[in-house]
Write a protein that binds this ligand. Structure first.
Ligand SMILES: Nc1ncnc2c1ncn2[C@@H]1O[C@H](COP(=O)(O)OP(=O)(O)OP(=O)(O)O)[C@@H](O)[C@H]1O
Length: 368
């Protein structure tokens, strides 16, 4: 038969003591008043089921657990963003690059941003989480390479492949990558988690994660398990693409996720012919992203033109932003600076974490 002190001990053991405001034991009846972590109905239900199971296995099926679970008091001040998931030693900032829709150039933008940040003197990693269509190996000319295993502090870790000053991992480097298309969410997120946590990334200022397009369960599991500092959304100016941006942003703003959106990058914002670099043709419409960003209260970090050489550069594995003193490299430097500034702004809202260190690099200028 449970006693009050045994119940007290058990509440401590299962680490819910701080949620319990009152409890009584009367024979096999145990009354517990407690508060859930979140007001969401499913959270309360989850807590109830977990408590019932735990008590039945500790004190026997005959006990009668009478739970009263109330919602936590909503804080008077708005909740500040917090870093989710366990910190990854050595990695200062994890940025998710997302798009509401496929084919908007998210991977191209991620690859160009990565090489630009590296050129600016940051230590950069790029994780290709687009397991259904990995493009990092092609875009950064590392196709066919195989990450080796290294021993670090007694653990066998994957060593990321390196090119253009960027460390990278992609499912595309592993045999069986073709099977990834049939993977379900949990398998995919397990593979990704390994590429994040069982890899020798070393010290990084930024780990960019090229997410798959859309807003599926892979996204949810990555962004819930990985301590993402902020998200960058890539879109083209068309209405259909912009409509999906709202969905992407809504996902990051979900109560259980709450990852700040650092801003929007408008890709293929206008067309510029190679021979007339000052001419801009807004073939997909003008300022759509600008209006949407204003509406959603997020900054536009950059407007990347539609240029033939961006596509060609992606195909040959040398991101266009690497072309010294070109318009496109200038645009990417400005975009990366805006992203860092937005990150600094975001980090002001944070409790002191590793991520805050980047504030010392505010307004960073490109390496000479
Ligand atoms: N600004 C640009 N100018 C010209 N071509 C571009 C530009 N951005 C991307 N592209 C080209 O568009 C195609 C699609 O780009 P990319 O693979 O980066 O899209 P994505 O959004 O990552 O696609 P998905 O996530 O659906 O695989 C590529 O051929 C790429 O070279």
């Amino acid at each position: 038969m449970p006693t009050k002190s045994k119940v007290q001990e058990f509440l401590k053991e299962i680490e819910v003591e701080d949620l319990v405001s009152n409890f009584q034991v009367m024979g096999d009846d145990i009354y517990i008043d407690m508060t859930s972590h979140s007001p969401a109905m499913h959270e309360k239900k989850k807590l109830e089921v977990a408590m019932k199971q735990a008590f039945a296995s500790e004190f026997g099926e005959q006990i009668n657990l009478k739970l009263k679970i109330t919602s936590p008091e909503l804080p008077a001040t708005p909740v500040t963003n917090e870093i989710k998931g366990k910190q990854i030693a050595g990695i200062q900032n994890i940025i998710a690059i997302a798009s509401g829709k496929g084919g908007v150039g998210k991977s191209t933008v991620a690859a160009n941003l990565a090489v630009t940040l590296a050129k600016m003197g940051f230590k950069v990693g790029l994780l290709d989480a687009d397991i259904y269509g990995p493009s990092v190996p092609t875009m950064l000319d590392t196709e066919g390479q195989k990450p080796i295993s290294v021993e670090v502090n007694g653990r066998n870790l994957m060593k990321p492949i390196e090119n253009y000053g960027v460390k990278m991992l992609s499912i595309g480097y592993f045999s069986g990558a073709n099977q990834a298309v049939v993977w379900r969410g949990p398998m995919a997120s397990k593979a990704l988690n390994q590429m994040i946590r069982d890899a020798d990334w070393g010290e990084l200022d930024f780990l960019l994660i090229d997410l798959p397009p859309g807003t599926g369960d892979i996204h949810l599991s990555i962004i819930q398990e990985v301590p993402v500092t902020g998200a960058v959304i890539v879109s083209t100016p068309q209405h259909v693409a912009l409509a999906d941006v709202r969905k992407g942003i809504a996902m990051f703003n979900m109560e259980s996720i709450n990852i700040p959106v650092l801003g929007l990058i408008e890709n293929m914002a206008y067309f510029t012919p190679e021979e007339l670099p000052e001419n801009k043709y807004y073939i997909f419409g003008k300022q759509g992203a600008q209006f949407m960003a204003e509406d959603l209260g997020i900054p536009v970090l950059g407007e990347i033109p539609l240029i033939q050489s961006i596509r060609e550069a992606g195909d040959v594995g040398r991101p266009a932003a690497l072309q010294e003193n070109s318009k496109i490299s200038e645009i990417y430097i400005k975009t990366a600076q805006n992203m860092v500034e937005s990150l600094v702004e975001r980090n002001k809202n944070l409790p002191a974490t590793e991520a805050v260190k980047i504030t010392t690099m505010a307004g960073c200028s490109p390496k000479k």
